[in-house]
Design a protein. Structure first.
Length: 130
């Protein structure tokens, strides 16, 4: 029975990872070869002139989207593991899982609010510098 539980958890983690990463990579238009070619182009531009602000913003936004996708994937994996543990545990372990759930919700709020705060600060700074 324990082996079956581990197989279910591992397969769920793999499915979540594939879904989240595939959507974020295709949404940002990045692939392994395009990231490498952009990195080589960035290195070759280093001594030749300035990098435009719009280009830097576009590249950093893609990196931010990937990191945000990884954070969401980790939240999904941890949430699914906590849910499975909650369903199969006894009364004492459920009380401990409820305490851990508070920290899980706090971390989820921090991850989602950080993206919103960054966008608000960015808009304020760009408006003030115009």
């Amino acid at each position: 029975m324990q082996v079956l539980k581990k197989v279910i958890i591992i397969s769920a983690m793999i499915i979540f990872a594939i879904i989240v990463l595939k959507q974020n990579v295709y949404a940002s238009g990045l692939s392994g070869s395009s990231i490498w070619s952009k990195a080589q182009g960035f290195i070759s531009k280093g001594g030749q002139g300035k990098i435009s602000q719009a280009g830097a913003e576009k590249d950093l936004q893609a990196v931010g989207n990937i990191l945000f996708g990884i954070a969401i994937m980790v939240l999904l994996i941890v949430g699914s593991i906590m849910g499975v543990k909650f369903m199969i545990s006894g009364a004492d372990e459920r009380a401990n899982m409820k305490q851990k759930l508070v920290w899980y919700v706090v971390s989820a709020v921090l991850i989602f609010s950080s993206a919103g705060v960054f966008n608000i600060v960015y808009k304020i700074i760009t408006t003030a510098t115009k």
